[in-house]
Unconditional design. Structure first.
Length: 500
């Protein structure tokens, strides 16, 4: 089974990317036009949809599975799909060109974290809008299957542009810990509740086993201050119930890199780097290197954006016992992955009917995630046992609703309920649904991105001394418009909260 290459490492900020869903007019009998002028047809001819997808890998039996899917779809809704599936890098290059050039497509995958970016693309008018009445007409089961707050989180300025892929929507950061190393060297990590608690554990491990890397620090800054802006963006807002920055008023946008917390974090990480707890070259320590070191017993811990019971399946992947240590509360992150219908599609209603099956018909869900039953897998008491390596995705979130798919038998039998319980406990973000309009700030953002790219990584990975680097970083941001950006963000946040 193919696992997601890297778990999405997302944090929440004042600059939240949000998403939205498609708007179609109802169609009558015969050939009619939707609100956008796109023709639809009820002539009885089979409709073929052009479907573009990002996947972690392209499986050998991909075409065989799509053929089987089309047999089922034709009988069910008189629709087939022409599947254009690409791995991440190729998809991120090709799909934006297809969209911007006006090339024909009906459905595509989009996200708030990748390319094509959901929010940015939606605001250009490339994706169809979808109102509640249309959703209920063509995808009523999907409306019922996805919780209302997930739909709400997909809104940008009150409009929807894509059907959210419903999965675990609570985000928590924590550590994956090599339990076998801890047992071998008598390392007690049970008292680790925050990133700062790691120091004594890393120190003890280094004394007993100096050749073992104590921590891969990638994404640890997200753990230290979970309210920071997503990725390297400037602008954060404290979230009630979450770890917060001191001396910052609620709903006030501030520069997270200018806080005392950021300096303290960078200083601590640099001290850990000098002490030998981190990789020798943290800036070039790739995921592949981390995975190899973990499997070989050369790495003690690393940071993960967690999903329930991941440590159990990961233990099988690396061949030893792994444990998970939570470091933050669970935050409701909202929808971040979507299936979007082209504004120029000639088959909008058919596309919606197809996506309705993707999200609510388990035959379709299992075909896409696991392949053909009896050929690629068997079902044993509701759990999937893989019988062929020619097709299969361990995680099916890219296709749609994971609760419409059976689970591989390496997961606990109650995994679906664990995901639902996980979502239920997640803390709501009062700015969920807010989307920053960067149209007035493109020059500042471009300039600031260059500054951040130069300094942020080395600082948060402990590779440089903040006493000599941080002021240069902050001055560079000042010179490139950070105050103007923060002011504009605050104006938009205030306007959003006033409407809420």
């Amino acid at each position: 089974m193919k696992r997601t290459a890297t778990r999405m490492k997302r944090t929440v900020s004042a600059v939240l990317s949000a998403a939205m869903v498609l708007s179609l007019s109802a169609c009558g009998s015969g050939s009619t036009k939707s609100a956008s002028g796109a023709k639809t047809s009820d002539t009885g001819a089979t409709t073929t949809l052009e479907w573009y997808m990002y996947l972690d890998s392209i499986e050998p039996d991909q075409s065989k599975v799509i053929d089987k899917l089309n047999e089922y779809l034709k009988k069910k809704i008189n629709v087939t799909v022409n599947a254009h599936f690409f791995e991440a890098g190729e998809y991120g290059t090709k799909m934006p060109v297809i969209i911007s050039s006006g090339q024909n497509y009906d459905i595509c995958f989009s996200s708030t974290w990748g390319t094509p970016n959901y929010t940015q693309t939606a605001t250009t008018g490339a994706f169809m809008k979808l109102d509640e009445a249309t959703l209920k007409k063509y995808a009523p089961e999907t409306v019922a299957a996805i919780p209302q707050k997930v739909w709400d989180s997909a809104k940008v300025n009150g409009t929807l542009y894509g059907i959210p892929n419903y999965k675990e929507d609570g985000m928590q950061y924590g550590l994956m810990v090599n339990k076998d190393i801890a047992t071998k060297y008598g390392i007690d990590y049970s008292k680790v509740k925050s990133w700062k608690d790691l120091e004594s554990v890393l120190s003890e491990l280094h004394k007993k086993a100096p050749s073992i890397t104590g921590l891969d620090p990638a994404s640890l800054w997200g753990v230290a201050n979970f309210t920071m802006a997503a990725g390297p963006n400037v602008g954060a807002v404290n979230i009630p119930g979450q770890t917060v920055f001191a001396n910052q008023k609620e709903n006030t946008v501030f520069n997270q890199y200018e806080t005392s917390e950021f300096k303290d974090f960078c200083t601590t990480l640099h001290n850990w780097y000098k002490a030998g707890y981190l990789p020798q070259n943290p800036q070039t320590y790739s995921d592949d290197t981390r995975n190899a070191d973990d499997k070989a017993g050369r790495l003690f811990s690393w940071v993960i954006g967690y999903a329930p019971d991941y440590e159990k399946t990961y233990s099988e992947t690396v061949g030893h016992n792994e444990d998970y240590v939570p470091l933050t509360p669970v935050l409701f992150q909202g929808a971040s992955n979507f299936q979007c219908i082209s504004a120029n599609s000639q088959h909008k209603e058919a596309a919606l009917k197809f996506l309705n099956l993707v999200n609510t018909d388990k035959t379709v869900g299992n075909l896409l995630r696991h392949g053909i039953e009896g050929t690629h897998y068997t079902l044993d008491n509701g759990q999937v046992k893989q019988t062929s390596k020619a097709y299969g995705y361990d995680m099916g979130w890219q296709f749609g609703n994971v609760f419409n798919q059976d689970w591989v038998n390496t997961y606990p039998k109650d995994i679906a309920q664990s995901y639902k319980d996980w979502n239920a406990q997640a803390i709501d973000n009062p700015l969920l649904g807010y989307s920053f309009d960067d149209s007035k700030m493109k020059n500042q953002i471009a300039a600031l991105s260059n500054v951040i790219q130069q300094y942020q990584g080395p600082l948060v990975l402990g590779a440089v001394d903040p006493n000599t680097t941080l002021n240069t970083f902050l001055n560079g941001m000042k010179q490139n418009g950070v105050d103007e950006l923060l002011k504009e963000e605050q104006t938009q946040v205030n306007a959003f909260l006033k409407k809420s």
